[in-house]
Write a protein that binds this ligand. Structure first.
Ligand code: PLP
Length: 401
């Protein structure tokens, strides 16, 4: 007999929990895609996306997931044979690199492993050694969703500048946009890719490529693709060019609603502050449970952790048991240890992740933590006391002004 008859929570790092308002916004007949409301509404979405990204640059929208933003970003900046430096701090930096390889890009992976962020000093050294400016771009994630590390984007920019290197700086914010601070213009990011189903609380299906003038000017494309070209998508002559065809009508209604909530109601800085508090609450619980050595943070240093996802390592079997019990007995789906071990190996059960991005409040965070606590107790897994109390205390200390 299970205890999971009730509303379930998807506590994986994307897709995130969607607000009812966002879901309801899609429940309507298809609009005219040639004139009227849809065209007017799209015109309001672009400036709001830029507000979230903190850029006065351009944004191109693609009907696709994050992988399509990866492909679009490469298609718009690089030719076959161009060299890029990819920073590996988990699963997703190398994933972007793999996309590049499949498009004929010469990818050099600088690997920092699964437990630490990218070291600006190594990046500086590598770029200094590139006397002929062979490296056309540096590609990194802000948050790697597998390791849950957060890279120091301003520090990497500084390393590129200090090396006096002209490479484009391209950053994947798919897991971080709308979760933790990102200042595209101020931080000197040239190309930023994101998608709608994580911090932006919208059903998977829209991807975004933000780019500045430097990235536009650096283009020397031999075969720019009519479909992927960001120029007309960002600044179309005719409406359909925004999307290279029919607009993703219902996704746009959903995104409009989500942006209303993020930009016009809560405010992006308050969204960041909310995620900061929830992340700290969840970490306090993990620290308390981990007192007996059963679980520990994949990323040791607070300042280097993502504010939208937490990757946790456990003693044998514990991660697998928690994921199973939470999902099937308690109605809370936790994330797998993506990229940490192969599925169907014993090591796979030594990891789990908690997604804490998007539309979350105190009771949802406490519910997720409560389900983990329930599962630890049900299975007599050794764990420290006071995890829920510690999390509640962190949230009680949130700045409510
Ligand atoms: C989720 C994610 C992706 C991939 O996005 P999809 O929508 O699954 O294609 C890429 N990078 C990061 C950092 C992500 O979190």
């Amino acid at each position: 007999m299970s205890l999971h008859h009730g509303r379930t929570i998807l506590a994986i790092p994307g897709p995130s929990v969607m607000p009812e308002r966002v879901i309801r916004a899609m429940h309507r007949a298809s609009p005219n895609i040639y004139e009227g409301e849809m065209i007017d509404m799209t015109a309001t979405i672009l400036p709001d996306l830029k507000k979230v990204a903190r850029t006065s640059g351009n944004v191109a929208i693609y009907i696709g997931n994050g992988h399509s933003a990866w492909e679009a970003s490469i298609n718009n900046t690089l030719n076959k044979g161009d060299k890029v430096l990819v920073l590996g701090t988990g699963r997703f930096g190398p994933g972007w690199g793999d996309m590049g390889k499949s498009l004929g890009i010469d990818v050099e992976l600088m690997d920092f492993g699964m437990h630490s962020d990218a070291d600006p000093a190594r990046i500086y050294e590598r770029l200094r050694a590139d006397k002929s400016n062979e490296i056309r771009a540096v590609l990194t994630v802000q948050t790697d969703t597998a390791s849950s590390v957060q890279n120091d984007i301003p520090a990497i920019r500084k390393a590129i500048n200090d090396a006096n290197h002209p490479a484009l700086f391209m950053v994947d914010c798919i897991a971080s946009l709308g979760c933790e601070p990102h200042e595209m213009d101020q931080w000197g990011v040239d190309v930023m890719v994101s998608a709608c189903q994580k911090g932006l609380m919208t059903p998977a299906g829209l991807a975004f490529v933000f780019f500045n003038e430097k990235a536009q000017k650096a283009r020397k494309l031999v075969h720019p693709s009519l479909y992927w070209d960001w120029t007309t998508r960002a600044n179309p002559d005719v409406y359909y060019q925004h999307f290279g065809g029919t607009a993703p009508t219902h996704h746009l209604y959903a995104l409009r609603e989500a942006l209303d909530m993020i930009v016009h109601e809560e405010g992006i800085e308050n969204v960041w502050a909310r995620h900061e508090t929830f992340a700290n609450a969840i970490w306090a619980a993990i620290d308390a449970w981990g007192d007996t050595g059963t679980m520990w943070h994949n990323i040791k240093s607070h300042s280097k952790r993502s504010r939208g996802v937490s990757s946790v390592q456990t003693t044998p079997d514990v991660g697998g048991i928690l994921r199973h019990d939470c999902e099937f007995l308690a109605g809370v789906t936790l994330g797998i240890g993506l990229g940490m071990a192969q599925p169907n190996t014993p090591e796979y059960a030594q990891y789990f992740r908690i997604g804490h991005m998007g539309h979350l409040n105190v009771h949802m965070v406490m519910g997720t933590l409560g389900a983990i606590d329930f599962s630890l107790k049900r299975n007599n897994i050794p764990h420290g006391d006071g995890a829920l109390a510690a999390a509640a205390k962190v949230m009680a200390d949130h700045n409510f002004n």
